[in-house]
Design a protein around this ligand. Sequence first.
Ligand code: G3P
Length: 233
Amino acid sequence: MRLFIDTGSVAEVEEIAAWGVLAGATTNPSLLAKEDGDPAEIIRRICDLVGGPTSAEVVSEDAAGMVAEGGALYALHEQVVVKIPFCKAGLAATHVLTAAGIPVNMTLVFSPSQALLSAAAGATYVSCFMGRLDDISIDSIAVVAEIIEQFRAGGITSQIIAASIRHPEHCVGAAKLGCEIATVPSKVLRQMLEHPLTSSGAAAFKRDWESRPEFGEWLAALTDDHAASAGRR
Ligand code: G3P
């Protein structure tokens, strides 16, 4: 499963792209509305930082407006994917944009039947909102599992994005089901780093190594020699 970051913050993408774990990004109007600066610059910068598909969402409520906004957003950067909210107009706009070769991420998908319609309209990505399903006591894992099952059974190639991720278990659950992508807020990505045994293990390795200062000198010299010989090559 590939990991995208779900944010409108360039600073967050800068921090987490440096970990080398991101394959893409998703924004939405709520996330971008929290940020200062030119949205076009923010979207372009996120595209450059992640070097992969980056969703930017339309806000028009009619199909023609969605198509016009989608074309303009797509023109911002080669990595832009047009994010379209699920609705009748959104399906029609998806059909037009994908026919023109513009990739669409259908968002606000909460049921297997909505996912089927999204795929039928041509969406490259279908975003199922796990956290918001759990918020209303619908088992998000069961919904994602059903979407995956029906796509695989029918040979549907639209990629499923697990979205509205609230905790690491959403990610692990989506990955175990075979979801292609999870789009994850920075807070949850940071939570995914943590384990008390990792921290205590690293502290013990450091303490033991530092008890032998001559070994530290040996490794520093080895590293310097290697860098010098690599520089001569
Ligand atoms: O980007 C869409 C989605 O991930 C939003 O999540 O936390 O607002 O439900 P959330």
